[in-house]
Design a protein around this ligand. Structure first.
Ligand code: SAM
Length: 209
């Protein structure tokens, strides 16, 4: 059993209040419209779903994570809310790319939007994963990352890293900036002491294939 299978039992009750408004902001920046296809990578309990689907009933949403426990919580949300166009698959993010996507969702597709909230600080080989995500975007598609970077490390940084199995030293937005256009980055109003560093949102557009 993975740590996140256990964490899934108290993940939302301990963290959702902290991250709710940041998820909302991320969904705003995604610039969602009807009929878009969205991938939520390392989707966890599906806490982003209501923000992504809130603005439109005709969005096709794929959520993926490697933890069965987290995906079970996502599945419960989908059933509770009757979201018909929302699909889940279990996979290690390192194994998801344009060549393998068909194995996971039985379709060879690219995505209009990709979102990853608090995933790339946890997933090993995150640079490769980010590159593969950008490859899976349609031209003019947007990718949005919400994550934490610890500019000054302290006890809270250490604690969050232990609990979340994260590495808060990754300058994820910088890599995103070099690989996308129309790049935008902003810090989100969450106390550093609560999340172990600065919570940021970064968004970029894929402009050349
Ligand atoms: C901090 S949680 C974030 C969950 C969710 N995105 C959110 O916003 O609450 C990190 C997530 O990354 C997932 N994860 C960790 N390593 C992974 C991997 N190699 N492939 C896919 N998911 C992974 C965990 O199962 C967990 O759900």
């Amino acid at each position: 059993m993975k740590w996140y299978d256990i964490f899934s039992n108290f993940y939302d009750s301990s963290l959702e209040r902290l991250y709710f408004s940041s998820r909302k902001r991320a969904a705003e920046l995604l610039d969602l419209k009807d009929h878009l296809t969205v991938l939520d990578i390392a989707c966890g309990t599906g806490a982003n779903f209501k923000h992504i689907l809130g603005s439109s009933k005709n969005i096709f949403l794929y959520g993926t994570d490697y933890s069965e426990g987290m995906l079970e919580k996502s599945q419960s949300q989908i059933e509770r809310n009757g979201w018909n166009n929302t699909f889940l698959f279990q996979a290690d993010a390192r194994e998801i790319n344009y060549s393998t996507i068909e194995i996971h969702i039985k379709k060879k597709i690219k995505f209009d939007r990709i979102i990853c909230v608090l995933g790339l600080s946890v997933i090993p080989e995150w640079e490769l994963v980010l590159e593969n995500l950008i490859e899976m975007l349609e031209e003019n598609g947007k990718i949005i990352i919400v994550d934490v970077f610890a500019e000054k490390r302290d006890f809270n940084t250490w604690l969050v890293e232990k609990i979340a199995k994260a590495d808060l030293n990754r300058k994820i937005w910088q890599t995103l900036q070099t690989k996308t256009s129309n790049f935008h980055h902003e810090y989100l109003p969450v106390k550093e002491s609560k999340v172990g560093g600065k919570l940021f949102v970064a968004v970029g557009t894929k402009t050349q294939i």
